[in-house]
Design a protein around this ligand. Structure first.
Ligand code: IPD
Length: 267
């Protein structure tokens, strides 16, 4: 692995572990200071802010020339060509309710392309990582995505946005997909969902309306585990849609999604 990527991976890993410990140890107080963002169900806790403050401060200390984009408002323009995309808690609703399924997600971009991704669930201790061209890992274990080839046998996951109208449409897609697959999970953290695709624990994941910080690290990890990660109708993965699946099932999976999600219907 090139030394510079190894450096970025080391920094991302250290930051994910540090922020993970911060949010895990502060979870008991998660409900004490909760505000809302885009809708009354789109919550943000004081620990989302504390975790982002920690990440931004550490990056300023260790990588003062890099840019930073964070879910809770961090947006620093850098001069080095490196930008960090951070989600201080992905799965904030799970976090608030005490469900042990949330993560810190950290991606490093070089000249706009994600080259390193780390996703850490501090409750399970699992740390997923990926380096462009260098594979995907769960701790020391190399990851390989699913080889499932029959859509009817596929265990898939998805997620829903916070806006009620958008959810109505997303629920209709999920309802139409469900009879055609093994089953569908809604776990509550897109970053972790994509890492489950990398680990072969899900055959695929799709979601409309994600933000870059939700999927940047997980998408690289899934791709480095051999998954195809794209959008619909030839588009790259993005806010309109992220589709990630093992290569055997990907064409059928995406075709069904293109049938169910009309062209032009964005998130
Ligand atoms: C959310 C989670 C969820 C996904 C939502 C995201 P947050 O991120 O990733 O799984 O379905 O679209 O907004 O708000 O917990 O950081």
């Amino acid at each position: 692995m090139p030394a510079d990527l190894e450096d970025l991976l080391g920094i991302a890993t250290g930051l994910a572990l540090g922020a993970g410990e911060l949010i895990r140890s502060g979870r008991a107080h998660a409900a004490e200071d909760v505000t809302v963002k885009s809708t009354p169900t789109d919550v943000v806790t004081a620990m989302d802010h504390a975790s982002e403050r920690y990440l931004v401060a550490e990056l300023a200390r260790q990588r003062p020339d890099d840019g930073v984009l964070g879910e809770e408002g961090a947006n620093r323009v850098g001069s080095s060509g490196v930008r960090w995309v951070v989600d201080p808690i992905d799965g904030t609703v799970n976090y608030l309710y005490g469900l042990p399924w949330y993560a810190v997600s950290i991606a490093a971009e070089v000249d706009g392309a994600v080259v390193v991704g780390v996703v850490h669930n501090p409750e399970s201790g699992e740390l997923f990582s990926g380096v462009r061209g260098g594979g995907a890992w769960l701790g020391e274990q190399r990851l390989r995505c699913s080889e499932e080839s029959a859509l009817g046998q596929a265990l898939l996951s998805t997620g829903f946005g916070y806006d009620a109208d958008r959810r109505r449409e997303q629920a209709a897609v999920a309802a139409a997909l469900l009879p055609r697959v093994r089953d569908l999970r809604r776990m509550g953290s897109a970053a972790l969902d994509l890492c489950q695709v990398a680990a072969g624990r899900f055959d695929g994941h799709y979601e409309q309306g994600l933000s870059l910080w939700d999927y940047a690290a997980g998408a690289l990890i899934a791709a480095e585990a051999g998954a195809r990660v794209q959008g619909l109708r030839g588009a790259p993965a993005g806010t309109d849609c992220v589709v990630a699946a093992g290569p055997m099932i990907f064409p059928a999976f995406r075709a069904v999604l293109e049938e169910l999600i009309p062209a032009g219907r964005t998130h």
